[in-house]
Design a protein around this ligand. Structure first.
Ligand code: HEM
Length: 129
């Protein structure tokens, strides 16, 4: 009996055949963007402190932010923040019952969140460069 049960167990270890639903991807990215935002707060506060410390400190902060890599990182931070806020609002709309908690509504709002974040990310790029 036990032998049979073991034989019939479904086994699917081929990761390339496993697809995450769009709602799961939206959820995982929300946590990732939250962690990025958390780390970014430290970086941005340090940069603010540096720029406010003295006229020389401001020039140092200005020089740091003139670099291509720094601008790219700032753009990434703003994109992560935009995504976190957009999906955070989606979460709160679902929590308050203003957004249906059905699969179809979840999929649709996840897709809308991706599109909104894409637009906000483009705007962030314009702001940074
Ligand atoms: C400094 C700003 C922020 C930081 C560092 C931050 C960080 C995080 C992190 C790390 C999580 C994941 C928690 C987990 O999955 O266990 C989270 C969740 C969440 N955040 Fe933020 N967040 C920030 C701002 C915001 C804002 C402005 C909103 C609202 C628009 C928001 C809405 C949410 C919501 C609703 C959740 C829970 C999502 C869930 O239930 O899975 N957050 N946040």
């Amino acid at each position: 009996m036990i032998k049979n049960a073991k034989k019939q167990r479904p086994v699917n270890l081929d990761l390339s055949t496993i697809r995450f639903p769009v709602t799961a991807i939206a959820s995982i990215l929300h946590r990732v963007s939250g962690v990025i935002t958390f780390v970014a707060v430290g970086i941005l506060l340090w940069l603010l402190g540096q720029s406010l410390s003295s006229p020389e400190g401001f020039l140092v902060a200005h020089a740091i932010m003139s670099g291509l890599l720094a601008k790219f990182i700032l753009w990434g931070i703003l994109t992560a923040l935009a995504y976190h806020v957009v999906v955070g609002i989606r979460h709160m709309l679902m929590d308050t019952g203003l957004l249906d908690e059905t699969l179809i509504a979840g999929k649709r709002s996840a897709m809308i969140s991706f599109v909104l974040t894409f637009v906000l990310s483009l705007l962030a790029g314009v702001l940074v460069w």
